[in-house]
Design a protein around this ligand. Structure first.
Ligand code: SF4
Length: 244
């Protein structure tokens, strides 16, 4: 994608301190979520991806012993050289825990992927963007691609979830229920406040204001809850300006 040059490395110092890298893969294979343009940060040129990813991974210092890898898709979209380098850098910098993201459709790849890193002495935490546990809303409106209704089933595979808030139709009760379900079934949750892009679903300022007034103060001190009022709040990423 041209004209997209985000910051791709940052250190998160609050709550679960960790370094974070935003790498590039060959792209999310789902690409249907009606709010998402992140998947445009991708390339089929694996050599170029590795060059870009290597540059970011070489910035990792191991300062907090934990690393989060995001790549606008799932870990399966990253090339082998990049995955090997993540392992090498983690071992060299004494990083004992690495977080990756993964779509539900790749859940059967997680077991072997955990083993691959466990053999290097690295524990994985796998995060999925469930966005909401209201499966009708999630699938008929957001088109997320989860063919499952209950959080227990999702928690069999995943350690952490992302929740999307600030969407038209959400109420404070609706959002709080998602937070409570997330905290009951997963180690950590990450709340992303919807940010406008060129995709069909737009954020609702009234829902965002209600979140900021009622829920932000209630959960911001919870060490198991990350809240991103803007999608650059972790210090990486940015709004894609050329989404189709
Ligand atoms: S939200 Fe995730 S799964 Fe959905 S299209 Fe975007 S990158 Fe793919």
């Amino acid at each position: 994608m041209k004209d997209f040059n985000p910051n791709r490395y940052a250190v998160i110092t609050e709550k679960n301190p960790r370094e974070i890298v935003m790498l590039r893969g060959h792209g999310c294979s789902w690409r249907r979520c009606r709010f998402c343009d992140y998947h445009l940060d991708s390339s089929t040129d694996e050599t170029a991806n590795f060059t870009l990813n290597r540059e970011q991974l070489l910035k990792v210092t191991g300062v907090h012993g934990k690393l989060e890898v995001i790549n606008s898709g799932s870990f399966v979209d990253l090339d082998e050289q990049t995955l090997n380098l993540i392992g090498e850098v983690s071992q060299k910098k004494q990083i004992s825990q690495v977080h990756f993201e993964c779509h539900w459709r790749h859940r059967e790849s997680i077991k072997d992927f955990r083993k691959r890193f466990a053999d290097l002495g690295i524990e994985l935490k796998i995060k999925t963007g469930v966005e909401t546990f209201d499966s009708l809303f999630r699938e008929s409106y957001l088109d997320k691609g989860f063919d499952v209704d209950n959080p227990e089933e999702i928690a069999k595979y995943f350690d952490e979830v992302c929740l999307l808030m600030g969407i038209p139709g959400q109420t404070v009760d609706h959002m709080e229920q998602d937070i409570q379900i997330g905290l009951a079934h997963f180690e950590r949750i990450c709340i992303n406040i919807m940010q406008e892009n060129r995709k069909p679903i737009k954020p609702d300022p009234k829902v965002i204001a209600a979140f900021a007034k009622e829920l932000y103060p209630k959960y911001i001190e919870n060490c198991r809850v990350d809240i991103l009022m803007e999608n650059t709040a972790f210090g990486v990423g940015g709004v894609v300006e050329h989404a189709e």
